[in-house]
Design a protein around this ligand. Structure first.
Ligand SMILES: Nc1ncnc2c1ncn2[C@@H]1O[C@H](COP(=O)(O)OP(=O)(O)OP(=O)(O)O)[C@@H](O)[C@H]1O
Length: 228
């Protein structure tokens, strides 16, 4: 455990090498990074610089070739696949550029899904909790609709509510405003800023310099290394 430190996420000497037919490719090179609780962190860098690879390692979707991943006192890189699935479900909420709501489920059912999957709240509480989360992101009135009936901004709000379903300490978002107009994107950034104020740690991959004012810190990647 790491209870002395205020760091929620500690990456030490992280490298990631992908095997290729023509040899191998090093996508991350000796990354050291500490993120404290309650920060809004932006990860920036050109296409191919390693942003998604870094997010995947932080969320346990991918394992590093070398180095340690410590999140909330847990060595994530040491977990087995089944331990990882359970850990991820409760500790990391993921928000995607294209929302990835299940199209045949209502918004309410989409938000309840992670609770059903992780059995994290008693069954009879899940509906009320999902409604409270939809209220938090300001779309409670859309609960009974299918995702296709919502605007892009509303769908992203629903995706954020779903990411919060199991009350994870960390939210990870890969270009969450990339598919939204600038006004709607700013509203989503306001929502993230409010979550950070409430104690969540939010890590965002973004190309959008307009939102720099929201970020507590920015990690800039170039060719798999941190340059800033
Ligand atoms: N599974 C893989 N196998 C081989 N190479 C990979 C794999 N995943 C990523 N890479 C390579 O690693 C590098 C970093 O990829 P990554 O997707 O992390 O970049 P990125 O900064 O997120 O790019 P973008 O902004 O375009 O999404 C790229 O050169 C990519 O081709």
């Amino acid at each position: 455990m790491n209870q002395q430190s205020t760091s929620l996420i500690q990456l030490s000497h992280i490298s990631k090498t992908f095997p290729l037919a023509a040899g191998s490719f090093q996508a991350l090179k000796d990354i050291d990074l500490e993120i404290s609780k309650g920060q809004l962190v932006a990860i920036t860098g050109k296409s191919g610089s390693g942003k998604s690879t870094l997010l995947n390692i932080m969320s346990g979707i991918d394992k590093p070739t070398a180095g340690n991943v410590l999140i909330n006192g847990i060595r994530v890189d040491k977990l087995t696949e089944s331990e990882l699935a359970a850990w991820r479900g409760k500790n990391i909420g993921v928000v995607f550029q294209f929302f990835q709501l299940l199209p045949t489920l209502t918004i309410l059912e989409n938000v309840m899904l992670p609770m059903d999957f992780c059995n994290s709240y008693p069954r009879k509480e899940r509906r009320d909790r999902a409604l409270a989360l939809l209220s938090l992101v300001d779309i409670k009135d859309q609960a009974s609709k299918l995702p296709s009936a919502l605007s892009g901004g509303q769908q992203q709000r629903a995706a954020i509510a779903r990411a919060l379903a199991n009350d994870p300490p960390v939210l990870i978002a890969d270009e969450p405003t990339g598919n939204l107009d600038s006004h709607t994107g700013a509203a989503i950034m306001e929502l993230f800023a409010g979550l950070v104020k409430a104690g969540k740690t939010v890590i965002i991959v973004t190309h959008e310099k307009d939102f720099a004012g929201y970020f507590g810190s920015t990690v800039s990647l170039l060719d798999g290394a941190i340059v800033h």
